[in-house]
Design a protein around this ligand. Structure first.
Ligand SMILES: [Zn+2]
Length: 426
């Protein structure tokens, strides 16, 4: 029986729709597969916001780090391996709850000139001092910049200033209070022989906006060592899992540059491509995770810096190879539809991702392996520095009601919220 014209049209339409669904989406301009905000028409699930290293890689790094530990540590870490895995992504969730969190995940090294970055203070207080402006409000109402980022304080006063900075500014910095005690500043100015006589004073710091990752790692190492010393099982687990996250970030080249998502070179989306898409596609099926035993780190403060410098050396390759590949790889095979948790999204195709990975000669795998080894080495070093406490005698960590509520709050913020500070790509 002959089919009606409408029947034929309907059949043709169905075939066309089917073909469209199968064909990878063609690309005419630099791709963009990460939503820039939560209102994006595609990808509204938090799962798709491609946080750094992706949730997948962060969890893998912490989990695999546990498996390399010596028996004296394994006795405590192995029974808690699920905690360390699940909580590997807490720091990313905190970015939705506090504006102070985002800078801890990166450092824009290009903001500080070129390697070996001699001008960049390796200690937190020195760095904060160098990049904080001190303002005075005079009796006339005029506001004057006393010294700061672009107006350095004379060398001769640096030591006295550090003492003053410690006692006056540091506590306020952590309390989110930008005012300063005018009397105390006036006294300090008088000692210097200056007569600005401030009626009020405040400060502005310019360090955080460019990231604080290496200083944050130094701090975490101290906190973890202290937790081991106090045999505080709850804190050990919490800090160790956070630390695994930040060390993971420090191994990602794009966490060390202001061009962190290729936004300055028309490569928007490259951040998630490198650290989320590639590991998700290939890590479990082809990466060699055998990284050997952890090593004791003699000078961890320098070691953390070396970590970000090593990542930074790779930034050029990360950007150049992708740009080259995007010009040479067939355009209609670069981006593919990807359905997850019922949400349609567009991602770099598997073959395109494989070609990028090959062009970089396995860099993603190498950095992930280095991260696993670094995480276990940092944990191990903290344990040794704490006097190798007997972890077999530690009780199971108890989560207080307050902590449970805090976890719940973080999760809620994450699910509903917006990142405070730099956008999600970092
Ligand atoms: Zn992070």
């Amino acid at each position: 029986m002959p089919r009606s014209i409408f029947g034929r049209l309907a059949a043709l339409t169905l075939i066309f729709i089917g073909l469209c669904a199968l064909k990878p989406m063609p690309l005419s301009k630099p791709y963009r597969f990460e939503p820039t905000n939560h209102q994006s028409p595609i990808n509204q699930s938090p799962l798709h916001q491609s946080p750094d290293w992706g949730f997948f890689a962060h969890k893998r790094i912490n989990r695999l780090a546990v498996l390399t530990l010596p028996p004296q540590m394994m006795v405590f870490f192995k029974p808690n391996i699920d905690y360390l895995t699940d909580h590997a992504v807490d720091p990313d969730m905190r970015r939705y709850a506090s504006k102070h969190e985002a800078p801890r995940h990166y450092i824009d090294l290009d903001n500080y000139g070129a390697p070996p970055f001699d001008e960049l203070p390796r200690q937190w207080v020195d760095a904060l001092m160098a990049h904080t402006d001190i303002w005075a409000v005079k009796a006339s109402g005029d506001t004057v910049l006393l010294w700061g980022d672009k107006k350095p304080l004379q060398e001769v006063w640096q030591r006295d200033y550090k003492n003053w900075f410690y006692s006056q500014l540091m506590p306020r910095f952590y309390q989110d209070d930008e005012t300063l005690n005018a009397d105390s500043l006036r006294n300090f100015l008088e000692i210097m022989g200056r007569n600005e006589r401030p009626q009020a004073a405040f400060y502005k710091e310019h360090l955080s906006q460019h990231g604080t990752l290496p200083w944050n790692l130094q701090r975490m190492q101290r906190l973890l060592t202290e937790a081991f010393r106090q045999r505080d099982s709850r804190r050990i687990l919490k800090i160790a899992s956070d630390m695994g996250h930040y060390i993971g970030d420090a191994h990602v080249p794009l966490h060390t540059t202001s061009n962190y998502n290729g936004q300055k070179t028309e490569q928007h989306g490259i951040h998630g491509f490198w650290e989320s898409r590639i590991p998700e596609l290939f890590a479990d099926e082809s990466y060699d995770y055998f990284v050997g035993k952890p090593e004791y780190v003699e000078r961890s403060e320098d070691w953390f810096w070396q970590m970000v410098f090593d990542s930074n050396k790779l930034v050029d390759s990360v950007l150049t190879f992708e740009k080259r590949l995007r010009r040479t790889f067939p355009l209609d095979r670069q981006m593919c539809p990807d359905m997850r948790s019922g949400v349609m999204s567009v991602m770099p195709c598997r073959d395109f991702a494989a070609a990028y990975q090959d062009a970089m000669n396995g860099m993603v795998e190498r950095r992930m392996r280095a991260a696993i080894h670094a995480v276990s080495s940092a944990w191990y070093t903290a344990w040794v520095d704490a006097g190798e406490p007997d972890l077999s005698k530690m009780g199971a960590p108890v989560i207080s009601e307050e902590e449970r509520k805090e976890e719940e709050r973080l999760r809620k913020n994450f699910e509903q919220g917006k990142i405070l500070g730099r956008a999600e790509e970092h």
